[in-house]
Design a protein around this ligand. Structure first.
Ligand SMILES: *[C@@H]1O[C@H](CO)[C@@H](O)[C@H](O)[C@H]1NC(C)=O
Ligand SMILES: *[C@@H]1O[C@H](CO)[C@@H](O)[C@H](O)[C@H]1NC(C)=O
Ligand SMILES: *[C@@H]1O[C@H](CO)[C@@H](O)[C@H](O)[C@H]1NC(C)=O
Ligand SMILES: *[C@@H]1O[C@H](CO)[C@@H](O)[C@H](O)[C@H]1NC(C)=O
Ligand SMILES: *[C@@H]1O[C@H](CO)[C@@H](O)[C@H](O)[C@H]1NC(C)=O
Ligand SMILES: [Zn+2]
Length: 502
């Protein structure tokens, strides 16, 4: 009996896969990277905000002297390494450290992973923070160490810290450009702006693997290994949360929306709203900006993350002053602390999450999730088939799960501020080969915090659905009703277009 098996598999699913989601729950303006010359001096005009204005009035030598002095209150590269190791020593049961490669001058690119099961694969989303992309923007590397230590000290004490450790894998790379930092300049040791060194969607630049910088390669390899749901890189020189696209096809300065514009505006606002005063910006409404609307850049890391790895990356400009005096660090940490925590926590506190399994054997399916009207797909993870789809709250979404060899299913939902769980149980394609998207969108919208899509029957299969329902009702009489009503009926709501029998 196929149906009976299905019921057992569904029960199995509930017992094993109960959701972890609590239902209460500078960039810089060159169009090309200039592989020769002192890059910092090539900026002008459109990127006025990236440099404290007075820096233009001093000579390169004076500027360097000034940074040397400021750097005295900051961690050197070896101090940073010690701090990372000390953090890991103090917090060994919820962290691990690893290096993703080395800079041009051989400095390891250390990452701290924070999780209740660091280094293990779990059905949880991952977030990454990257600091110090530009060598002369060192605020991020300091704040990221403070963040890691704060989470360590407040795990099991603070709700947000505990939520993050228990439900997310947080990876922190405090310095992507340690050489630029020690040389007190924007680019790396080869004078390359690392935020212009990634492959670009519009122009064939940086496509030559051999000329790519080791720091860039390290990031690119890292994303081959770990799937990040979202991330942020920290910059200085302005106060704004910047989101894709960073470039435009015609190189003009225009608002250039990516498919997830609404999602990104929501995500950027999570940061700006929680910040001391980012959202009060006069220059940037609500403290957020589309990158290309501000000024287009090419070869940036942010767009590459979204295009090639399903990772929603923001570029956060967290201080007008690129290199604030060290005495300001505690204040700047206070200004950014809630923003950083809330941005990471938004991975489980908002959006749509769930698992996709087959109805025949309850196997996890590495299916893809699409949202009708948004030209973008999110893959479910390989081992657990969990997916994490960030989305802005909205009245109506149609969420579609697709897997070759299985019938696609969709769920129509109302998404509020809180996260929603939608698990999909897909049926193998038997009669019609190939997978088809459901074409009609006669959605019945449900406002629930959790949903399991068992069946989605197109109108043509109405008779079949009635037969199926009758069989299910019959089975219910045969089985212990208590078990079923407790573990199956009460905890799920049935997907759209299904008569309200189950
Ligand atoms: C690149 O830098 C060199 C040396 O500073 C300069 O002569 C050249 O004009 C720059 N090229 C571009 C495209 O900015
Ligand atoms: C980590 O250690 C602390 C203190 O011993 C303990 O309370 C906590 O449960 C541990 N956490 C994990 C995830 O093992
Ligand atoms: C935010 O606060 C800082 C420190 O008080 C101040 O220097 C800055 O001008 C403020 N920015 C905005 C946009 O209000
Ligand atoms: C969807 O995006 C892809 C690139 O990811 C593009 O090639 C395609 O033309 C887009 N489709 C539509 C309908 O916009
Ligand atoms: C969804 O339902 C909750 C209460 O169950 C309500 O507070 C919320 O406003 C509803 N959202 C929409 C968009 O209808
Ligand atoms: Zn920057």
């Amino acid at each position: 009996m196929h149906e009976a098996l299905t019921i057992f598999h569904i029960l199995f699913l509930f017992l094993n896969f109960s959701s972890v989601f609590l239902s209460s729950y500078a960039r810089g303006g060159l169009h090309q990277s200039n592989h020769s010359g002192y890059v910092d001096n090539n900026y002008g005009g459109s990127i006025r905000r990236l440099y404290a204005e007075k820096n233009f009035l001093v000579s390169e030598e004076e500027h360097f002297q000034k940074l040397e002095k400021l750097a005295q209150g900051y961690m050197s590269n070896s101090d940073l390494e010690k701090a990372i190791k000390a953090f890991n020593g103090r917090c060994s049961n919820i962290s691990r450290i690893y290096s993703i490669g080395e800079s041009v001058l051989g400095v390891p690119l250390w990452v701290m992973e924070i999780s209740d099961r660091p280094g293990e694969k779990e059905a949880e989303p991952a977030f990454k923070f990257i600091g110090n992309v530009h060598g002369d923007e060192p605020l991020g590397r300091e704040l990221l160490l403070l963040l890691a230590n704060w989470i360590c000290d407040n795990y099991m004490k603070d709700q947000l810290a505990t939520l993050i450790v228990d439900n997310i894998h947080l990876h922190i790379l405090p310095s992507m450009n340690p050489d630029g930092y020690s040389l007190r300049k924007r680019g790396n040791a080869n004078n390359i702006d690392l935020n212009r060194d990634f492959p670009d969607q519009f122009f064939p630049m940086n496509d030559d693997l051999d000329s790519r910088q080791p720091e860039t390669k390290a990031i690119m390899n890292w994303l081959e290994e770990i799937h990040f749901t979202a991330s942020a890189s920290l910059h200085g020189g302005a106060l704004v949360a910047n989101y894709p696209w960073d470039g435009t096809e015609d190189r003009k300065k225009n608002y250039y929306a990516c498919p997830d514009d609404e999602t990104f505006r929501f995500l950027a606002s999570v940061y700006s709203k929680s910040h001391h005063n980012m959202s009060l910006s006069k220059e940037f409404p609500k403290g957020i900006t589309n990158g290309a609307f501000w000024y287009p850049i090419y070869g940036g890391m942010q767009d590459w993350n979204y295009i090639h790895h399903g990772c929603f990356e923001l570029t956060l400009e967290i201080s007008d002053n690129k290199w604030p005096h060290a005495s300001e660090l505690p204040t700047l940490w206070e200004y950014n602390k809630m923003s950083m925590l809330n941005l990471v926590a938004s991975l489980v506190k908002t959006g749509i999450h769930g698992r996709i399994v087959s109805s025949d054997r309850g196997r996890p399916l590495p299916a893809t999730i699409t949202i009708r009207g948004i030209n973008y797909t999110i893959p479910a993870s390989k081992p657990f088939a969990d997916y994490h789809r960030l989305l802005a709250p909205r009245e109506k979404y149609e969420v579609i799960a697709t897997m070759p060899g299985y019938r696609s299913k969709s769920a129509c939902i109302v998404l509020g501020e809180a996260a929603m769980t939608i698990d999909f149980v897909l049926d193998p394609e038997t009669t019609h080969p190939g997978s088809q998207l459901i074409v009609d969108s006669d959605c019945y919208f449900e406002n629930k915090t959790s949903l399991k899509v068992l069946e989605l029957l197109p109108r043509a299969h109405l008779e079949l659905s009635i037969v199926l329902i009758l069989i299910l009702i019959f089975l219910c009489f045969l089985m212990n009703r208590k078990v079923i009503s407790n573990s199956l009926y009460q905890r799920q709501s049935i997907g759209p277009k299904r008569p309200a029998v189950i």
